[in-house]
Ligand binder design. Structure first.
Ligand code: RP5
Length: 174
């Protein structure tokens, strides 16, 4: 398997069909300049590859693993079973009630094997990337600084939206 240089985050997905739905992860990581690698591997179709990857991730210098899968979404849980690194699970949307199958498969882990599961669809993949950044920032003051700026910009962005709403209401445009 080709390896990128010194990735801090390892992103795995159950199928290449997941990629278009979870690209927001790498967009968030790129935004904060966090190094990552991404691979397709499946808890069911390639269980041995998953085991080897998760087992070796910490020794390779990775700090956070993110696993995305849909349907019988066991990838994040299986990854978590083979590593002491924090694992973030992304339930990928499906045609079964918008991905409720993926959500429950990912989030309902037995005690002792945590998977930090983000939302299905919507901001889930982006939040997975941001959560990874926050975990890394615990030991990286420069990254922490970037997160603080990010939060300030959020306040400004929402403030501008509220101002626009007030203007609309004042003008009677409802
Ligand atoms: C899961 O099965 C994958 O994560 C994907 O969401 C789903 C369907 O995979 P494909 O049949 O499209 O490869 O393991």
């Amino acid at each position: 398997m080709p390896e990128r240089t010194s990735p801090l985050v390892g992103l795995v997905m159950g199928s290449d069909s997941d990629w278009p739905k979870i690209k927001g992860v790498v967009a968030a990581l790129d935004e904060f300049g966090v190094s990552y690698e991404a691979h397709v591997m499946s808890a069911h179709r390639t269980p041995e590859t998953v085991r080897q990857y998760a087992t070796m991730a910490a020794a390779r210098g990775m700090k956070v693993l993110i696993a995305a899968a849909g349907g019988a979404a066991h990838l994040a849980g299986v990854v978590a079973s083979h590593t002491t690194l924090p694992v973030i699970g992304i339930p990928v949307p499906t045609e079964v009630q918008g991905g409720l199958d993926s959500l429950l498969s990912t989030v309902q882990m037995p005690g002792d094997v945590p998977v930090a599961t983000v939302g299905v669809g919507m901001g889930g993949p982006r939040n997975a990337g941001l959560l990874a950044v926050e975990i890394l920032a615990l030991a990286d003051p420069a990254l922490q600084e970037k997160l603080t700026e990010f939060k300030q910009k959020l306040t400004e962005k929402v403030g501008a939206k509220d101002a626009a709403l007030q203007k609309m209401l004042d003008a009677g445009q409802v």
